[in-house]
Design a protein around this ligand. Sequence first.
Ligand code: TXA
Ligand code: MG
Length: 323
Amino acid sequence: MAQILQPTPKNLDLLAGHLSRGDLVAIPTETVYGLAGNALDPEAVAKIYAAKGRPSRNPLIVHIRNQDQLDEIADASETARHLISWLWPGPLTVILPKKLVVPDSVTAGLNTVAVRMPSHRVFKDLASRCTFPLAAPSANPFGYVSPTRAEHVQAHLGESIDWILDGGPCEAGIESTIVSLADPNQPILLRHGSISIAQLESILGRSVQEAIREPEDRDEGLRSPGLMKRHYSPHTPVRLFEGAPPQASQEEAVVFLDGKHRAGENHFGLSSSGDLEEVARNLYDCLQNLDHEGFQKIYLEQPDTSGIGLAIRDRMKRAASQD
Ligand code: TXA
Ligand code: MG
């Protein structure tokens, strides 16, 4: 079992010490919890892949705390600097040409690196005690739902790691938006998140192409190697619905976007009013709870595609994907 520690100055010093010696710590961010290790230490990076059971061809995001760390690991164009001046710290990951100091294992041999500056206060307090950036994938076993609470990390990864830093429930609740600026003249969206394509386009002043791989998409040419169809899935089979709720038995859970349809023990709501930010915040927590309750199936109501609805639908489709 891992130890869950509160973010006191003493505990933060202790965990920064573990990280500097090459150990792993699960950390809170505003999106989901990450499994962090020293991004510049290949041995720490190898431990991350091993603990998650993650294929080595699936590269990691490097989490930084300031501009100096960005310049240490990546070549940021003027376009990239402009974008991040608006959106960092926050739930945006940018793909940039990498510098040599970044181990090949972090980037799975690619010549680009994924970089993000989280805004979570506890992340900042820990990162400010470290002299190195932190490589961190979501702190879930490979393919399972991402964790939005320290207890989720404990439940699924607690046997593989020693330390979890508790920063409370994550505010955004789904993973960061990923945009590639490997070629600054051709921005490409690799993953939907709470920062929308419209926001990116208005800051960049140009259109952003989507390279999102739909779960039902049969094309094998992956631009972002982590975007496989089955991902973020609970063990319980998930089915999606829109409009009229399905005829479900008592052994099957029906999850609505808001609370107003609740009519039975097996009915759940992702928010009180249907507010999509609240839906995103609660989605993974709900899936993990229902997974533990032993329902035979989970029916999930999908939001429409406005704003963050796109990112939520993407995660729901992946949770429901059967291969
Ligand atoms: O919100 C988040 O992004 C969370 C928190 C912990 O920061 N992290 C996260 O990491 O979701 P992970 O490892 O679960 O997803 C990272 C995604 C993967 O799909 C990976 O393939 C992609 O980023 N990625 C990483 N480096 C890349 C690169 N150089 N080029 C293209 N895609 C890359
Ligand atoms: Mg992940």
